[in-house]
Design a protein around this ligand. Structure first.
Ligand code: UDP
Length: 390
């Protein structure tokens, strides 16, 4: 251990999701005493999973989480904590009375246009449908119109996206659509990453491992106020950045989700995730959670129907909206936060970015390692290790 850690060098980590749990774990291993405080009554943030008695199924309480990454360090890290089972996310979409395969692949294209195109023909066909007058797509809609054309866009993306984000895809950034690949073969793996899997006993088992270190003290059901920071050598804050400052400049916009949970004696939909592209269907997707643990024999089948809406104070924030207006507001909070001494803002809520689990973990590992490097050099860790405005 390179650091001369004293007992009084207590660190606070606010939030027991991936950002907080990874930082706490790495600092605890370095000899620090860490208080992890979370306002909820459970660890794991929105990745929390739980086996319910009435279903017997490990359920993703805050919606589907499928682990996927290209980052070998992250994969090695998570698989060293708990056993992962191989799992491939295959998603279907119900559109206008038919069921299609997602992400858009050769099967989707051939079925949708009632054709038998080869990969090369499909590439040319779709490219001809794309609007080539759009040189550099900035919005979600432009990105879609350029790469898949009007028909596929309207069927698979327009309605879903309006329901999910509550605004027109003309207002959303192209980056959201860039999350999804378009394939000209029959590969229907939703993700293109090298590593993909599911923790055998659910995500909560990972958090139990991370936070189980003897130097870590987990306090649940506890809010953390700005004043509390004075009791600690340093605070790693993974809560919402606007909440830290008492929403002084206004509320940053989030989408939240509501789930209708139903338990059935029969296989309800025959797959894990079924999206609904039509604007006329009020929900975005249905997830059947017994399909998230295909190695278990399900006696019951549990279905979560997912509704998206604007998040109000007190709701669980899921997706940061980051439209022009929010970015202006974010800028004010970031300027303010940059002057905050002894606090580092991390994660999806702390930096107000749409982050996947693997990126969250990778950034958290970096925050912990860089913070240790700062202390070794006699400096305080900065307010941010990534630029939330980038
Ligand atoms: N999307 C869509 N239709 C779909 C699935 C996704 O239009 O059937 C769009 C939608 O805007 C969504 C984005 O693509 O927010 C990213 O989708 P992803 O499945 O990655 O969302 P997540 O699982 O993170 O909610």
């Amino acid at each position: 251990m390179g650091l001369n850690v004293k007992n009084k060098d207590k660190i606070a980590v606010v939030g027991a999701g991936f950002s907080g749990a990874v930082i706490a774990n790495l600092l605890a291993k370095e000899g620090f005493y860490v208080d992890v405080l979370d306002s909820r009554d459970h660890i794991g943030g929105n990745c929390f999973t739980k086996r319910y008695e009435d279903s017997g199924v490990v359920e993703h309480v805050y919606g589907p989480h499928i682990f996927h990454t290209d980052n070998e360090d992250v994969w090695r890290f998570v698989t060293s904590l708990v056993k992962f089972r191989s799992y491939t996310n295959r998603v279907k979409s119900t559109v206008n009375g038919s069921v299609y395969s997602l992400p858009i692949n050769l099967h989707t294209i051939n079925q949708f246009f009632n054709k038998v195109l080869s990969p090369g023909e499909a590439r040319e066909f779709v490219s001809n449908m794309g609007d080539q007058s759009i040189a550099d797509p900035v919005t979600f809609e432009d990105q879609a119109l350029k790469f898949v054309g009007k028909e596929l866009y309207e069927a698979f993306f327009k309605g879903y996206t309006e329901k999910q984000w509550g605004v027109s895809p003309r207002e959303l950034p192209a980056s959201i659509l860039k999350r999804l690949p378009v394939r000209f073969n029959y590969d229907d793996n939703y993700f293109s990453h090298r590593f993909q899997g599911m923790p055998e006993d659910g995500y909560t088992s990972i958090f139990e491992k991370l936070l189980g270190h003897e130097n870590i003290n987990v306090v649940l059901g506890r809010d953390f106020s700005r004043e509390d920071r004075k009791k600690y050598k340093h605070v790693f804050y993974s809560g919402a950045i606007d909440a830290w400052f008492g929403f002084e400049y206004g509320d940053l916009g989030y989408r939240t989700l509501e789930f209708k949970r139903e338990v059935y004696d029969f296989d309800f939909q025959g797959c894990a995730v079924m999206n609904y592209g039509d604007a006329s269907v009020p929900f975005t997707r249905r997830a059947q959670h017994d399909y998230f643990s295909p190695w278990e024999e399900a006696k019951k089948h549990v279905v979560y129907t997912e509704y998206s809406r604007a998040s109000a104070r007190g709701d669980t924030p899921y997706y940061p909206i980051r439209l022009v207006e929010e970015k202006e507001l974010l800028k004010k909070y970031v300027e303010r936060a940059s002057k905050e001494v002894g606090v580092t803002f991390v994660g999806r809520l702390g930096t107000y970015r749409y982050l996947d689990m693997d990126v969250t973990i990778s950034e958290a590992m970096n925050v912990a390692n860089q913070s240790i490097a700062c202390w070794l050099e006699g400096r305080r860790p900065p307010s941010f290790f990534v630029d939330p405005l980038a």
